[in-house]
Design a binder for this molecule. Structure first.
Ligand code: FAD
Length: 383
C-alpha cells in the first residue's frame, strides 16, 4: 500500500478542498428523505456538476475529470470533511453508472450519463420485492415480450425503493423467462418513474420521513432500448452492481472519518462529564482510521489489476458496524439530551441502524466471508 501521494494527486485534493470550502452550503439541509430535502439536493447536484465535481472519476465527455481511483478517494475524504450534504444522486452514480459503463450501449451511455451527472435525472434502485430481499433470485415481477411495440411489459411489485417517491427513473430486475433457472431468465430494465401503469406508494422510515416507496407495475411498457445488457442476462449484470454497493463506492471512508472527527469534537465539549467513555471514543476513532487504511489497501489492490470480489463483504460488515458504533458513543456522550432536540447524531444513529440491512444483510455477508474467503462449509451442510 502506498500512501505517498504524487504532486498531481495532492494538487487535485487541494483544488477540491478549496472549492468545497467556498461552495458547501453553510447550514444543514432538510432531510434527504423529504420532498424539500430532495429538491435542495437537486440544486446541490447541479452546483457540483457545473464545476465538474459531481462525478470526478468519469470521463470528461460525461462531465467527469478522468480522475484516478486514488484521486476519487481523496475527493471523497474532502467531500465529507467539508460537511457537504449526502448525495441524492448516489444510487445512480454509484450503483447504476458503473454498469452502464460496462454493459450499456453507446446510445444508453450518451442518453443517461450526462443527465445523471448533473442531477437532472435522479435514479432509484428497484430490486427488492416483498418475498425477495436477501434471496434476490426469487423475484417474481415479470417482463413479457411485446413484439408489436418492440419492448416488454412489466408487471408485479417492488418494495423498499429508496426515495423512489422523489426520483425520476429507476433500474430493476424482472423475470423475463419463467421456464429458466432462478438466476437465468432475469432481465435488467431502465424505466421512468412516471411511466403509464406504474403507481408509487411512499412508506415512512424509522424517522417518519417517506424515504422508501413501493412500486406497483400494471403492464408498464419498456422499449428494447432500455434493456441493460442482454435479455436474460440480468443476474450477471446486477451482480456487478451489488459488488459496487457493498464495496468501495457507496461508503467511502471519508464519511466515517468525518464522523469520527465530529465525535472527537463532541468529546472535547462533553468528555469531562463522562471520563468512563474515553476509551470508547478512542476505539471508535481508531476503527474509522482502520477502515480508511483498509480502503487504501483495496485501492492499491485494484490499481494493481485486482478486483474487490468477496472482500467487498468484509468492507460492508466493517463500515456498517463502525457507523453504529460511532453513533452509539456520541449518543452516550450527549446523554438524554440526544433525544430532546433535533439532534443530527440521533438522525445519524437511526440511519446507521439500517446499515446492517441494506446493501445485503450482514448475515449474508458473513456467509460470503465464511464460504468464499475462509473456505468454511456452506451453512446447514455436514450436520
Ligand atoms: C435503508 C434501506 C434502504 C434500502 N434501499 C433499497 C433500495 O433503494 N432498493 C431496493 O431494491 N431495496 C432497498 N432496500 C432493501 C434491502 O435491500 C433489503 O431489506 C435487504 O436485501 C434484506 O432483504 P429483506 O428485507 O427481504 O430481508 P430478508 O431477506 O427476509 O431477511 C430477513 C432476515 O433473515 C436473514 N437471512 C435471510 N437469508 C439468510 C441466509 N441464507 N442465511 C442467514 N441469514 C439469512 C437476513 O439476514 C435478515 O436478518 C433497502 C433497505 C434499507 C434498510
Amino acid at each position: 500500500m502506498n500512501l505517498d501521494f504524487t504532486e498531481g494527486e495532492l494538487a487535485f485534493r487541494d483544488e477540491a478542498r478549496e472549492w468545497l470550502r467556498e461552495h458547501v452550503p453553510a447550514g444543514p439541509m432538510p432531510p434527504l428523505d423529504t420532498a424539500e430535502g430532495f429538491a435542495a439536493r437537486r440544486e446541490w447536484e447541479a452546483t457540483l456538476a457545473a464545476a465538474r465535481w459531481s462525478v470526478v472519476a468519469w470521463p470528461e465527455k460525461y462531465h467527469g475529470r478522468d480522475a484516478s481511483m486514488v484521486e476519487w478517494v481523496l475527493f471523497e475524504e474532502e467531500y465529507y470533511r467539508s460537511g457537504a450534504p449526502v448525495r441524492a444522486a448516489q444510487n445512480g452514480i454509484s450503483l447504476l453508472a458503473p454498469i452502464i459503463f460496462e454493459h450499456g450501449t453507446p446510445e444508453q451511455q450518451d442518453r443517461y450519463l450526462p443527465a445523471m451527472a448533473d442531477g437532472t435525472e435522479i435514479w432509484a434502485q428497484a430490486w427488492s420485492e416483498p418475498e425477495a430481499g436477501s434471496d434476490l433470485a426469487s423475484i417474481r415481477s415479470t417482463a413479457t415480450r411485446d413484439e408489436a411495440r418492440g419492448g416488454w411489459l412489466l408487471n408485479g411489485q417492488k418494495t423498499w425503493s429508496s426515495r423512489a417517491a422523489f426520483a425520476d427513473r429507476a433500474f430493476g430486475l424482472f423475470r423475463s423467462d419463467p421456464t429458466a433457472e432462478r438466476h437465468r431468465g432475469l432481465t435488467y430494465f431502465l424505466f421512468p418513474l412516471d411511466a403509464e401503469g406504474l403507481s408509487i406508494r411512499p412508506i415512512a422510515q424509522l424517522d417518519g420521513h417517506p424515504g422508501f416507496a413501493e412500486l406497483f407495475f400494471d403492464d408498464v411498457f419498456v422499449p428494447d432500448a432500455d434493456v441493460l445488457g442482454a435479455p436474460g442476462d440480468g443476474w450477471r449484470v446486477a451482480m456487478s452492481t451489488a459488488g459496487n454497493e457493498r464495496g468501495l463506492s457507496l461508503r467511502s471512508p471519508g464519511r466515517f472519518c468525518a464522523a469520527a472527527d465530529r465525535l472527537l469534537a463532541l468529546w472535547r465539549e462533553r468528555g469531562a462529564g463522562h471520563p468512563h467513555l474515553r476509551d470508547r471514543v478512542v476505539d471508535a476513532w481508531l476503527a474509522a482510521q482502520a477502515y480508511r487504511l483498509y480502503t487504501w489497501g483495496t485501492v492499491t489492490r485494484l490499481a494493481a489489476g485486482g478486483d474487490v470480489g468477496a472482500h467487498g463483504s468484509v468492507n460492508k460488515l466493517f463500515w456498517s458496524q463502525l457507523d453504529v458504533g460511532l453513533h452509539e458513543v456520541a449518543l452516550d456522550l450527549l446523554g438524554p439530551e440526544s433525544e430532546l432536540r433535533d439532534e443530527p447524531w440521533l438522525d445519524g444513529y437511526l440511519f446507521s441502524l439500517s446499515g446492517p440491512i441494506y446493501a445485503g444483510t450482514n448475515e449474508i455477508q458473513r456467509n460470503i466471508v465464511a464460504e468464499r474467503l475462509l473456505g468454511l462449509p456452506k451453512g446447514g451442510r455436514g450436520r
